[in-house]
Design a protein around this ligand. Structure first.
Ligand SMILES: Cc1cc2nc3c(=O)[nH]c(=O)nc-3n(C[C@H](O)[C@H](O)[C@H](O)COP(=O)(O)OP(=O)(O)OC[C@H]3O[C@@H](n4cnc5c(N)ncnc54)[C@H](O)[C@@H]3O)c2cc1C
Length: 649
């Protein structure tokens, strides 16, 4: 692809500026430019675009679902991941389809290069190295960005995707200094500017494990973990898992390791009180694990490759804030790591984030029209969470420019919808990561049906390219026609189907039965049925047959969840006007009134998920929405009461 609107002159005006070339920023910039906006991506160091600051992997339950949804909406992360996969597996294959999820080890540096090339080759997009120091505004809204280079970049909308860089501070034991991942400069001026613009910032912390030399590990007694050659890629356009997959390896901590760590708790910045910010409870450091799970005498460690052309490997499961000499000491108690040499010591990092209740569901800030925030700056953790938010913020920045309605996904439509609703409605007490358990309609939000749920939505706004759309259509049309064919195919008692059923220990029909009904039985599997039928299927996107089988086997449960959504959706989707005056809704409880005023939910559904808003408050709110004149009445009563109070005083 060639650039059509090359735009390297900083005095030119942009529609959208994206600050930060991390996982959120890349998706935001690509989405806005693909939707036709003149877009500038400003990042601190262009060699660090799409840098994986922690584990060289993508996916897992919830996270894998997000990557599939990013693909379904036309994002880049899944395609880039598939081109740079070292190993891929489907997790939870022994469980139901709702929680099965792909996880891939990624060639870290090649991932960055591929993503950077996608940015460089994108029409309407200019990539530029500079540090954003100030978002300039006037009474009409956003004016642009002032860079550290002193250049001014005019724009109508800005998406901040600055990750953990706002006022970041690194800790190696009790040694600390101001720095961001990759030893880059933290963003202090941008943090101050966001505060001046009326945003509140708070502190979180996270840590990372040590990276070590592969050649210093003794693999003799370690268990390999192999990939799955049949796992589909993240993207619907990928047809094949990599031919040669590289194994990961497994080892464990032991009581000796734990003893060294316990004896040095006082040197871990979180325990010594040096770090005040909360860390991710679901991704704890090894100190946290030993402190919290006292009954466990071992914790697993996965040794993961970072690439095919590097000797550096990643130790998943052992992130720590302890000093480097203690890291070496406890690592050397672990089987296989007796002579291990550290290449990059583990570190902890503390940083500012903007509590996400300051955002609308579109990810636009409530304080500044045209200013959007996405990624770890919103208090989340994870590449996938960041990428998904970046995509939505990039789309909605483009919608803002065009004066169109924002793209808002419901909780019943996507994990992206679940995540954004959780963030803007409930806020975060610790770094937020997605889990399938966060969704109430898990069976509807399967990884294999992400494109069936979302691709048409993205097509409507113009983000889906033709290749991706055609793949989606092939899958969709095949599933629809095949379901209809199976329903029409009938078998009579005593026919040849009985041999097939007996071979699968399945009861024989007493009356005519359709193939669809037979396939609902747990013991009858669809690929085996196709073989018996001697039917060839066309070349299909990977995962199509599994999705078809899920739709057959779980039809009852899926229909039930669909009915539950329909039942509640009329009330849930009821819009609350942006300027609704909660102070005049007299019969709300004081707690609900204060919280509603602060969060300003978009819909009754969003209000219902807020802490402190009771069913009684919702009935009152519905009453006011249905009879707006009651607000006036309430207002008169309120005014009268106030006047009486003043008179009495
Ligand atoms: C130590 C550590 C451990 C982590 N552990 C895990 C983990 O175990 N599991 C997990 O899922 N995730 C983990 N993460 C989180 C993961 O790395 C992030 O969630 C993810 O990278 C966030 O993506 P992002 O795009 O929001 O920000 P980032 O990937 O941090 O990207 C931010 C980008 O913004 C740029 N930038 C910042 N300020 C400016 C500015 N003023 N001007 C221009 N450019 C700017 C930076 O250069 C960078 O390119 C960890 C992160 C760190 C740092």
């Amino acid at each position: 692809m060639n650039k059509t609107k090359d735009n390297l002159n900083p005095s030119d005006s942009y529609d959208v500026i994206v600050v930060g070339g991390g996982h959120a920023g890349c998706e935001a910039a690509l989405a806005a430019s693909r939707l036709g906006c003149r877009t500038l991506l400003l990042s601190l160091n262009l060699d660090m675009v799409a840098y994986m600051a922690c584990n060289p992997s993508l996916g897992g339950p919830g996270k894998g679902h997000l990557v599939k949804e990013i693909d379904a909406l036309g994002g880049e992360m899944p395609r880039v991941a598939d081109q740079n996969t070292l190993q891929v597996r489907t997790l939870n294959t022994g469980k139901g389809p709702a929680v099965q999820a792909m996880r891939a080890q990624i060639h870290k540096w090649n991932y960055q290069r591929t993503m950077r090339l996608a940015l460089e080759q994108q029409n309407n997009l200019t990539v530029r190295e500079d540090m954003a120091e100030k978002v300039e505004t006037d009474e009409s809204g956003i004016k642009g960005i002032r860079g550290r280079s002193s250049a001014f970049y005019p724009a109508k909308a800005v998406v901040i995707c600055s990750g953990v860089y706002l006022s970041a501070r690194l800790f190696l034991g009790d040694h600390r200094y101001d720095a961001a991942p990759g030893s880059l400069t933290p963003s202090k001026n941008l943090a101050n500017c966001l505060k001046e613009l009326g945003l509140t910032l708070e502190r979180f912390k996270t840590d990372t494990p040590p990276r070590v030399y592969r050649r210093s590990i003794d693999f003799t007694n370690l268990n390999p973990v192999y990939g799955d050659p049949d796992a589909p890629g993240f993207s619907i356009v990928t047809q094949k898992a990599p031919d040669q997959q590289i194994p990961c390896w497994m080892t464990h901590t032991n009581p000796k390791t734990h003893e060294i760590i316990k004896n040095n708790f006082s040197q871990a910045p979180l325990y010594s009180g040096l770090i005040k910010g909360s860390g991710p409870r679901y991704c704890p450091s090894i100190e946290d694990k030993i402190y919290r799970f006292t009954d466990r005498d071992r914790h697993p460690i996965f040794i993961e490759p970072e690439g095919t052309d590097t000797d550096e490997v990643y130790l998943q499961g052992i992130s720590t804030g302890l000093p480097p000499d203690i890291q070496t000491k406890f690592l050397r108690t672990i089987e296989g790591l007796e002579n291990v040499e550290i290449m990059r010591p583990a570190y902890a990092i503390e940083y500012d984030f903007a509590p996400p209740t300051q955002l609308k569901v579109s990810l636009e800030t409530k304080a500044v029209p045209g200013l959007f925030l996405a990624g770890q700056v919103n208090g989340t953790t994870g590449y996938e969470e960041a990428g998904a938010q970046g995509l939505i913020a990039g789309i909605n920045a483009a919608m803002y420019i065009e004066n169109h309605e924002p793209l808002v996904l419901k909780r019943s439509e996507a994990y992206i919808g679940v995540m954004i609703d959780d963030l803007v409605t409930r806020g975060v007490m610790e770094p937020y990561r997605i889990f399938t358990s966060r969704g109430e309609y898990r069976l509807l939000l399967r990884q294999d049906n992400a494109d069936l749920r979302l691709t048409e939505k993205s097509r409507e706004i113009g983000l889906i390219d033709e290749i991706r759309y055609q793949k989606h259509l092939v899958k969709k049309v095949f599933i629809e026609t095949e379901l209809a064919r199976l329903e029409k195919t009938k078998y009579n008692p005593g026919g040849p189907i009985e041999d097939f059923l007996s071979n699968h220990n399945s009861s024989l029909p007493k009356q005519p039965i359709s193939a669809l009904e037979l396939l609902r039985r747990p013991e009858i599997n669809y690929p085996a049925y196709l073989v018996w039928e001697n039917k060839k299927v066309p070349d299909l996107p990977r995962g199509t047959l599994r999705e078809l089988e899920n739709q057959i086997k779980y039809a009852g449960y899926i229909a039930k969840q669909g009915m539950a959504i329909e039942k509640t959706s009329r009330m849930q989707d009821k819009k609350i006007p942006e300027d609704f005056d909660y102070r005049r809704a007299k019969h709300l409880s004081t707690e609900a009134r204060q919280k509603l005023e602060k969060i300003r939910p978009d819909t009754i559904g969003q209000a219902s998920r807020m802490e402190g808003v009771t069913p009684a408050d919702l009935s009152v709110l519905l009453l006011y929405l249905e009879r707006p004149e009651a607000l006036g009445q309430a207002n008169n009563n309120y005014k009268q009461t106030k006047e009486n109070e003043i008179e009495e005083n």
